[in-house]
Design a protein around this ligand. Structure first.
Ligand code: FES
Length: 121
């Protein structure tokens, strides 16, 4: 069953601004993930490039390129569409792995799925 996991306050995410990081279990592996806001909407992805499975951010929590319209991998410059995670340039094959989100009562939540769970301690 899908769970809505509280992540941050809505005000913590500004348009094309810094991401909020979080950890998930994806296919039984612990992975970093991140949420961003773009044109008012919140989106979240695994922090794993579709070229080589490395984290994308060139500085902690900075994923947008200088235009503020693309998510960019710091390692070899792959660029991704913020709304879908689809590759739009550079060496990526495929796109980012998307995590569903919702926003209500001033709080952003991410959604678990069959292969995506909260960390268990
Ligand atoms: S690892 Fe991201 S572009 Fe190569």
């Amino acid at each position: 069953m899908t769970q809505f996991v509280p992540l941050c306050n809505s005000a913590d995410l500004s348009d094309s601004g810094e991401a909020v990081p979080f950890d998930v279990t994806y296919c039984a592996q612990t992975c970093r993930a991140f949420a961003i806001r773009y044109q008012g909407q919140v989106y979240a992805y695994l922090n794993r490039c579709a070229h080589v499975p490395m984290e994308l951010d060139y500085q902690p929590n900075r994923f947008f390129d200088s235009t503020g319209h693309w998510l960019m991998c710091a390692t070899h410059g792959a660029i991704y569409q913020p709304q879908t995670g689809a590759c739009r340039g550079g060496p990526c094959r495929g796109g980012l792995i998307k995590i569903d989100t919702s926003e209500f009562d001033g709080v952003v939540h991410w959604h678990t799925a069959h292969n995506l769970k909260s960390l268990e301690f």
